[in-house]
Design a protein around this ligand. Sequence first.
Ligand SMILES: Cc1cc2nc3c(=O)[nH]c(=O)nc-3n(C[C@H](O)[C@H](O)[C@H](O)COP(=O)(O)O)c2cc1C
Length: 188
Amino acid sequence: MNATLETIQRRFACRSFQDTPVPDAALRAVVEAGLHAPSAVNRQPWRLIVLSDKAVIDQLDAAGVARLRQFDPAGYQRIVDRGGRLLYNCPALVLVAVEQMGSFVSADLDAGILVSHLLLAAAAVGLDSCPCALIGAALTGPEGEPWLRRLGVPDGFGFGLTILLGYGAGPGQAPHAVDWSKVVGLPA
Ligand SMILES: Cc1cc2nc3c(=O)[nH]c(=O)nc-3n(C[C@H](O)[C@H](O)[C@H](O)COP(=O)(O)O)c2cc1C
């Protein structure tokens, strides 16, 4: 099979990471792939914050879990049942911050395409990954502002998504099953 298609098919959301750090070269390759993403009018309405300080990642995780506990008890319980971590012990992550532009052309759509590049590049260089929106519990609203500033997100940008990176602990999971019922009009 074509190598790109093979990478697309084997990527899955990894929810348990080993302690092994991610080599700098692999992080750079993933981020560079993101920077190649297309965007409307080439606006590139994003900032990528690379975080590989495990102590800070763990603090952020704890802050997210605490906020979830406060504001979403059912979501909190789901996370407790899964092991109590939002960031799954990942040794590195990329925070995708999105420019708050108020344009009718969605910056979130641009950021989504960028995220897809990050996820597929990670798989291509042998890293496991997981998109993580739930950590937004610590990175949104007035309480999230100090965290955004601490991590280096500039004014005018907000939390988009985090991409957790590392090496999966335990056997790799199967990706979700494809659902052909979502497709109309494809010749048989
Ligand atoms: C925008 C977005 C946000 C997500 N947020 C989370 C999250 O907070 N926590 C989590 O465990 N998985 C999260 N996921 C992973 C999805 O649950 C996963 O992609 C989906 O179940 C399909 O499984 P697969 O990626 O293994 O094929 C997110 C995925 C996307 C695209």
